[in-house]
Design a protein around this ligand. Structure first.
Ligand code: NZQ
Ligand code: ZN
Length: 386
């Protein structure tokens, strides 16, 4: 196990009605707040009213930035930064999915930066300060509420990049599982696929790590089991709560510390959602089995075999390693089918015309991956996913 520093300072308020803590919490943000939210789901499900009630109690002044799009754009980040500078905002409250939280993180950093905020995405070392952020996630997926990542799209260059900096981590997050009851079956399923991918991306490392592997399998099984339950009953509190907490632990650094971890499927997917604006988790569900098949070789087969034996409880299954892995991938595909997710890029109206251009951009980010991939490798993974 490699040396590491474990430092996750986000204070988490977990459970039903934890919004009651917000009025005290926002006092730490300062007098003038910016509330950031998406296309209106929080107004339909009542979360907006609950938040406002707390802000009134805290006697603060607030401004709003709404309409944050899924796969948030740098142009929207710029709007938020301008508002922060004009109104001399002291802190930001993000209420929504990962897109809202990511956009808010970039706004928080951009409020202290005078150049083009895209520079902060491409070069996070330029981030020297950030406004304090409180996150109120309304779906379980990205884990942005407890991580230091903000994924932003540049619509001019068709790039989607995750910037990382400790200052981007929310100072506090309020996680009320009932806030996720209204998430549609499609977005719930995509969220499950995203959480699964975060766990798998960290699992597949060039070095073993027994604690991490065992915890990862436990998280993965919990996520899959709870994912099917919320599709059956969207108001299953326990299952929604499991998903909400697993989504944080999948990406809050715990699984990646102590051994080298470099994600592969995410950079390949980010190109798809940058160019075609697809739902991130859906792209991951389509690509992951094909990535597994592509990187399966004599150096990786034992790791995949160990993974699938633990995941599907196949400890005693007598099969040749390769056969077992192919069967394991087949089961994974069956699971995604149970989530009712599209299984091919065709179903999302994606053809091969942009594959080379997308692979060229993704390649830069997967060179240190579990199995380093070249542009032509990535094109082949896209082609297999068609
Ligand atoms: O915009 P509104 O009206 O709020 O509707 C949203 C949106 O249409 C809706 N939604 C959210 N909560 C809801 C709800 N609808 C009903 N009831 C609720 N309670 O869901 C739709 C999708 O929202 P979005 O925020 O885009 O989803 P998600 O949380 O999956 O975030 C995806 C973004 O996060 C990035 C992705 O690439 C993508 O841009 N990621 C961020 C990461 C991070 N910060 O660590 C890591 C991830 O790997 C990922 O890349
Ligand atoms: Zn993801």
């Amino acid at each position: 196990m490699k040396n590491f520093v474990y430092d996750i300072p986000t204070k988490v308020y977990f459970g039903k009605d934890q919004i009651q803590s917000l009025s005290e919490l926002v006092k730490n943000l300062g007098k003038k707040l910016l509330i950031v939210y998406g296309g209106g789901s929080i107004k339909k499900n009542g979360i907006y009213d609950s938040v406002l009630e707390q802000l009134k109690k805290a006697d603060g002044e607030w401004f709003e930035l709404s309409g944050i799009e899924p796969n948030p754009r740098i142009a929207t980040v710029k709007k938020g930064i301008q508002l922060c500078k004009e109104k001399k905002i002291d802190g930001v409250l993000a209420v929504g999915g990962g897109s809202v939280i990511d956009c808010s993180k970039a706004i928080c950093a951009g409020a202290y930066y005078n150049g083009d905020p895209w520079n902060l995405v491409m070069n996070p070392s330029l981030i020297k300060n950030a406004l304090p952020l409180i996150a109120i996630p309304t779906m379980a997926a990205t884990g942005s509420e407890m991580d230091h990542i903000a994924v932003i799209t540049n619509e001019d260059t068709d790039e989607k990049i995750g910037t990382r900096h400790p200052l981007l981590r929310p100072i506090a997050s309020i996680l009320d599982p009932t806030y996720t009851f209204s998430v549609s079956p499609y977005q719930s399923a995509a969220g499950v696929a995203d959480i699964m991918s975060h766990i798998m991306e960290s699992y597949f490392s060039k070095e073993p790590g027994l604690i991490l592997e065992n915890v990862a399998i436990g998280l993965l099984k919990t996520c899959m089991d709870s994912g099917l339950k919320v599709l059956e009953d969207p108001e299953d509190y326990e299952a929604r709560a499991n998903l909400m907490w697993v989504s944080c632990w999948a990406i809050n650094d715990f699984l990646k510390l102590g051994r080298p971890v470099a994600w592969s499927v995410h950079p390949i997917e980010h190109q798809l959602s940058a160019v075609y604006d697809i739902t991130h988790g859906v792209g991951l569900a389509i690509l992951t089995p094909h990535w597994m098949e592509y990187v399966l070789n004599e150096n990786t087969v034992d790791i995949f075999e160990g993974f699938f034996r633990k995941l599907w409880d196949w400890q005693d299954k007598e099969l040749d390693s390769y056969e077992l892995v192919y069967k394991g991938i087949e089961e994974l595909n069956k699971f995604y089918a149970k989530l009712n997710l599209p299984m091919t890029l065709h179903e999302l109206d994606i053809d091969s015309s942009q594959f080379s251009a997308m692979a060229k951009k993704a390649e830069k980010q997967v060179q240190q991956g579990f199995v380093p991939l070249s542009e032509s490798d990535i094109v082949k993974i896209y082609e297999a996913s068609l």
